[in-house]
Write a protein that binds this ligand. Structure first.
Ligand code: ACO
Length: 427
């Protein structure tokens, strides 16, 4: 017999089952609440609301734990590559050598993008924000791959997943190359997944592509660290759009739009812009710390704070080390890295940040690495989307396989009650 929780309202006591997850997380199952009490729960921002049961990612914000399918992010970042992690997230287990080789082969077989897509890309001005471009192109892919996925067929599902994993990096590279005025590039099947992304983005038309294992390793690690983060804003968007039985590509396109905002994935661009503004202001970190603490000032220290991590963001620790390594091995010095470290030190000692448990998040250092790799600031959030793609796919697949109902929250209406219509001449 599982535990129950009681709710008493106006002398009537109702009982609700308590659900326990495999990591002992507890939730009150209120499915019957409205039917038994006439009430709903009110939780703007869903800070206390579990929208689903999921077996993909576990995180504990208090202890700073992040695991994909039970494997710690630290071990995955150290030992696995991005394609293995993508397979793990989507299908639940680390692939065998044979499974990984087949996955890689199947992705490569689907990596062409219809030439007609170039016309759509051409329609965008060069100045268009790449997140808007990539969301539109992902949505446009539907027109070229119109067959809807029969989710009860594993084969159909696998095919759709592989197609998206194959074509999305091409669209990312095309978005980047158009901005840079470079001719569009196609992948090279002899390269690994991440190496191929790098080649497609950076190959100069008049030069051989130069492999740099250090750069690929750093990029691989960044993509792994971004690959999933349970029910965040963009992932919830993917699941809720998918819950209407909209297709995979449409759901992912919606997730990209959600990721764009500066309070979510757009923070990595915002961090770099903030660090640059501080550098241009004689490196005056104290001034920006004061602005962040001033309640009259809308400025926030970008890259600080997290909805769930109230101790530290384990991804930020790995990324900070990686930023040091990348800059060291590329023999680069970046004054913005020094400003970032200075800000972090000040914030960690400041009572305002300590009291509110505000720590650097994944985006605080990722921009420094992207910059060192030659990725322009406006592409940062697109790189995040590239990393998050397997997570979104895994969450969409899980939601469809579990046959979850359409997502449709309720509200507490606080508007006018019924009133008589007033004709225009009487207003
Ligand atoms: N700078 C200054 N103060 C902050 C910051 C910050 N970056 N973040 C939170 N606070 C303060 C708030 O003003 C609030 O103070 P109060 O209690 O005196 O009103 C308190 O800390 C709690 O903040 P909330 O906004 O209620 O926390 P919430 O969990 O809703 O927001 C969020 C989390 C959106 C990440 C927030 O910390 C923020 O805006 N950070 C900057 C943007 C950023 O880095 N986003 C990336 C998140 S990671 C990702 O999406 C991959």
């Amino acid at each position: 017999m599982s535990d129950t929780a009681q709710l008493t309202y106006k002398g009537k006591t109702m009982e609700f089952p308590v659900v326990e997850g495999t990591e002992n997380e507890l939730a009150i199952d209120i499915k019957a609440l409205r039917a038994s009490s006439g009430m709903i729960t009110l939780d703007p921002g869903y800070k206390n609301t579990g929208s689903c049961e999921s077996a993909i990612t576990f995180l504990n914000g208090e202890k700073g734990i992040l695991r994909y399918r039970g494997y710690s992010i630290e071990e995955l970042a150290e030992h696995a590559d991005f394609l293995e992690v993508a397979y793990l997230l989507i299908f639940g287990e680390l692939p065998t050598k044979e499974q990984l080789a087949k996955f890689d082969h199947d992705i490569k077989a689907e990596s062409h993008v219809d030439e007609e897509m170039k016309k759509i890309l051409d329609g965008f001005p060069k100045s268009a924000h790449p997140m808007g471009v990539i969301a539109s192109l992902t949505s446009a892919l539907i027109a070229f791959n119109p067959s809807s996925v029969n989710v009860s067929s594993e084969k159909d599902m696998y095919h759709a997943i592989v197609r998206l994993l194959a074509k999305f990096p091409v669209l990312v590279s095309w978005t980047h190359r158009k901005r840079m005025g470079l001719p569009l590039d196609y992948g090279d099947d002899s390269l690994g997944y991440v190496e191929n992304i790098h080649k497609m983005m950076f190959k100069r038309p008049n030069k051989e592509y130069q492999k740099n294992p250090l750069v690929i390793e750093a990029l691989d690690k960044l993509l792994i660290l971004h690959a999933d983060h349970e029910q965040n804003c963009s992932t919830s968007t993917v699941r809720i759009v998918g819950s209407s039985h909209a297709g995979l590509f449409a759901s992912i396109s919606a997730g990209i739009s959600a990721l764009w905002g500066p309070l979510h994935g757009g923070a990595n661009q915002a961090v770099l812009e903030m660090l640059q503004a501080i550098a241009d202001d004689d490196g005056d970190t104290k001034k920006y710390m004061a602005k962040a603490k001033d309640k009259e000032d809308p400025f926030r220290l970008m890259g600080f704070g997290h909805r769930v991590y109230k101790n530290f963001d384990p991804r930020a620790k790995i990324i900070k080390r990686s930023a040091d390594n990348v800059l060291g091995s590329l023999h680069m010095e970046d004054p913005l890295l020094e400003i970032a470290k200075g800000l972090e030190k000040e914030a960690l000692e400041d009572p305002y940040f300590v009291k509110r448990k505000l720590y650097p998040n994944v985006d605080f250092y990722s921009g420094i690495i992207y910059r060192a790799l030659g990725i322009p600031v406006e592409m940062f959030t697109v790189m995040f989307a590239l990393g998050r793609l397997p997570g979104w796919i895994a969450q969409w697949r899980e939601m469809r396989l579990r046959g979850e109902p359409i997502g449709r929250p309720r509200q507490v209406y606080i508007g006018e009650t019924l009133r008589p219509f007033k004709k225009l001449e009487d207003r």
